[in-house]
Design a protein around this ligand. Structure first.
Ligand SMILES: [Zn+2]
Length: 181
């Protein structure tokens, strides 16, 4: 059985072109895995899916608007890997590239998308840590946004901005993600 992080509530509201950004920013990708492994407390795998793969990913059958998901072993319950959808990963890579400048690719939504990308990565990384509860993963993710924004090199102003935007993203998620935060 597949356990999914269904960030479905907001994903559809983002009007961005779904391009395979991940393939354009390969030099920044190792940072994604580093962050996830740091959160998980062990080496973990996170895949940035390109659109062609995402379109046929089995996740489409259960949560087509998800920003990412973590797959758990159906027998042991252990987390296996996480995957991020192309737009989410694209924003994340743009944030890693320059945490102090909005991408500008998508107007006002640019930096918001980057905050969402960081929150999504931290959320899935907490699943990879072993937390299956959506609210537990999400609350820990939200709390760790400042530390990882700083680790990426964001200055004080942009750390505050990322925190504010991540809280806005979080506030629009379903209650399942917000209990206890
Ligand atoms: Zn989740």
């Amino acid at each position: 059985m597949r356990v999914l992080s269904s960030f479905a509530a907001l994903a559809a509201a983002l009007v961005v072109s779904a391009t395979a950004w991940a393939a354009r920013y390969p030099q920044y990708f190792p940072r994604v895995t580093e962050i996830a492994s740091d959160v998980a407390g062990r080496p973990v795998d996170v895949y940035c899916e390109v659109q062609e793969d995402w379109d046929v990913d089995p996740v489409q059958a259960v949560a087509p608007d998800a920003w990412g998901y973590t797959r758990f072993d159906p027998h042991t319950g252990q987390p296996l890997y996480a995957a991020l959808e192309p737009r989410t990963c694209g924003y994340l890579l743009l944030l890693i590239q320059d945490p102090n400048e909005r991408s500008g690719l998508h107007g006002k939504e640019g930096y918001y998308g980057e905050a969402r990308g960081l929150l999504s990565l931290l959320h899935e990384a907490n699943h990879l840590r072993g937390l299956r509860s959506e609210s537990a993963a999400e609350c820990r993710a939200l709390a760790s946004v400042p530390a990882y924004a700083r680790a990426l090199g964001a200055d004080r102003r942009h750390v505050a901005k990322l925190v504010r935007l991540a809280r806005r993203v979080h506030g629009l998620l379903s209650p399942e993600y917000q209990i206890g935060c």
